[in-house]
Write a protein that binds this ligand. Structure first.
Ligand code: UDP
Length: 501
């Protein structure tokens, strides 16, 4: 029986925003009876292994195959294997180099395991060839929105940002169903000018076209126009099976531990007690994802902005910002705020009835998780495709208030170099406390604008819940994809028998 089962390999890229949704998706496949193997290095596997063991012990066919991160070869201490561990550009470069060196080990493992399909993170373009060698489909796992993939495609194709008089002049992204305006400064630098990363990204995006299709952690009801656009104009087959996080992590323990197995949040933890003491929809949760650390100046503005807004808030900080201890002490006394250092149990917080909104960097996972909880958002994109996601929230879906973030810049480049490549000093990147107060007032206040956004967000939350139920779009897409892969397996096996004879 086991040998006949569809065997799918999942190959996550080690950064939480890519790994978390892929592990959740792998677990969904296993729950539909697929034999699932996840390939990961030791330290990365330790962040999700408990959930795999629980699934396995419940009778699902899912396991992790470990590979060795080349720590010594790249000059990193043991256990530093994830992009989120990079506290400087130098360390991140070494981590990326180590990840790239895994290709050989992975190819050997794929050859030994002889799977029926590879679901590969977008960041591994070489898995197209790996799949070709095994004569199996390669599925491109895109860990962001249809909207961002379409927007980025048309920006790369038509380059509407070229030949403008300044970097702050607006251009319209061609071919999209909504009128979406951006400035060149909001695009990733590798698109605007040729950088050392340009070739890598071009290879990544090109590999999508050479794949069997693309898997999205999104859902039809959220961005159907862009889903259609990607299938027709861009001509890429795709399946949206999200929101995967809410689908699979449906009890409090799973929610608390998702993404970090060390959390162990009990029912009477300090954080939960604090949240339980707050009225419904009164807390704003402020988190910039798993990678971004704010510059000192920015975090000062943010902390004072939140305090001045008068709203209850939870602030997640990733750096060792000493001055924040004073603010933490003060807001603890007034009971207005709660500071979380390093890693927050995000799903648990977003789903708590006291939480009424989020300040987000527009990472796609955070957006989906907020939407699933019916929360409107204050949008504060930082880098990569986050500026496109902001446009989806603010201009297309109208469930976001922008703080007016102007420059697409990886956090380390803002902090380390003061953004020299773009002739921008940190001063200009900083969002001022008054702007933060204004956005919080709109989102959390009783005005019409906030009210309407809350209603819209709640509708998306209802749709998000229905889409993963039996008969819903995402549910059906998952079943359809698995059936399709099973048919391909049968065809391949018949072909093999024919050739053997
Ligand atoms: N996350 C979390 N706690 C944190 C920071 C992040 O649980 O303190 C999770 C968050 O729920 C999401 C993922 O990490 O699932 C971050 O992905 P996202 O796409 O939002 O942003 P990225 O980290 O890739 O910038």
């Amino acid at each position: 029986m086991e040998a006949q089962k569809l065997h799918v390999i999942f190959l996550p890229f080690p950064t939480p925003g890519h790994m978390i949704p892929m592990i959740d998706t792998a677990r969904l496949f296993a729950k539909q009876g697929v034999n699932v193997t996840i390939i990961a290095t030791h330290a990365n596997a330790s962040t999700f292994q408990k959930s795999i063991d629980t699934d396995f012990n419940s009778g699902y066919s899912i396991k992790t195959q470990l590979i060795q991160f080349p720590s010594a070869q790249v000059g990193l201490p043991e256990g530093v294997e994830n992009v989120k561990d990079g506290t400087s550009n130098e360390i991140i470069d070494k981590i990326i180099r180590g990840i790239m060196m895994l290709q050989h080990q992975i190819d050997i493992m794929l050859h030994d395991l002889q799977p029926d399909c590879i679901v590969s993170d977008m960041a591994y373009p070489w898995t197209v060839e790996s799949a070709e060698k095994l004569n199996i489909p390669r599925i491109y796992f895109y860990s962001s929105s249809y909207f961002s993939n379409c927007a980025s495609y048309f920006v790369r194709k038509y380059r509407p940002h070229d030949d403008l008089v300044s970097d702050t002049q607006k251009f319209t992204i061609p071919c999209l169903p909504n009128t979406i305006e951006m400035t060149p400064l909001q695009l990733a630098d590798w698109i605007r000018v040729k950088t050392s990363a340009t070739g890598l990204f071009v290879d990544m995006y090109d590999s999508e076209k050479r794949s069997y299709g693309t898997l999205y952690n999104s859902f039809h009801e959220l961005e159907s126009d862009y889903e259609a656009l990607s299938k027709t104009t861009m001509g890429i087959k795709s399946w949206s099976v999200g929101p995967v996080s809410a689908w699979i992590n449906n009890d409090d323990e799973r929610k608390a531990n998702r993404g970090n197995m060390e959390m162990n949040i009990g029912k009477d933890s300090e954080l939960l007690n604090w949240l339980n003491s707050k009225p419904n929809d009164s807390v704003i949760y402020v988190c910039f994802g798993s990678l971004t650390r704010l510059s000192h100046k920015q975090i000062v503005e943010l902390a004072y902005g939140l305090e001045n807004s008068g709203s209850n808030f939870i602030l997640v900080v990733k750096g060792g910002e000493d001055f924040l201890h004073d603010i933490e002490k003060r807001v603890k006394e007034s009971k207005k705020g709660y500071v979380i250092w390093n890693w927050a149990p995000q799903l648990l917080i977003l789903d708590h009835p006291a939480t009424g909104g989020i300040v987000t960097h527009c990472g796609w996972n955070s957006i989906l998780e907020s939407l699933n909880a019916g929360l409107p958002m204050i949008t504060w994109p930082m880098f990569a495709e986050q500026f496109y996601n902001e446009k989806l929230l603010v201009d297309a879906l109208k469930i976001g208030v922008s703080v007016g973030s102007k420059v697409n810049k990886f956090w380390l480049n803002v902090v380390e170099e003061k953004a020299p490549g773009l002739n921008i000093v940190e001063e200009e990147v900083v969002v001022k406390r008054e702007e933060i107060v204004k956005a919080v007032e709109i989102l959390m206040g009783s005005g019409q604008e906030g009210e309407t956004m809350r209603m819209r967000a709640k509708k998306f939350a209802d749709a998000a819940k229905r889409t993963v139920e039996e008969g819903g779009h995402s549910f059906n897409n998952l079943i359809q994809l698995i059936d399709e892969l099973k048919s391909l397996k049968i065809v391949r096996e018949h072909e093999k028998i024919r050739l053997d004879n």
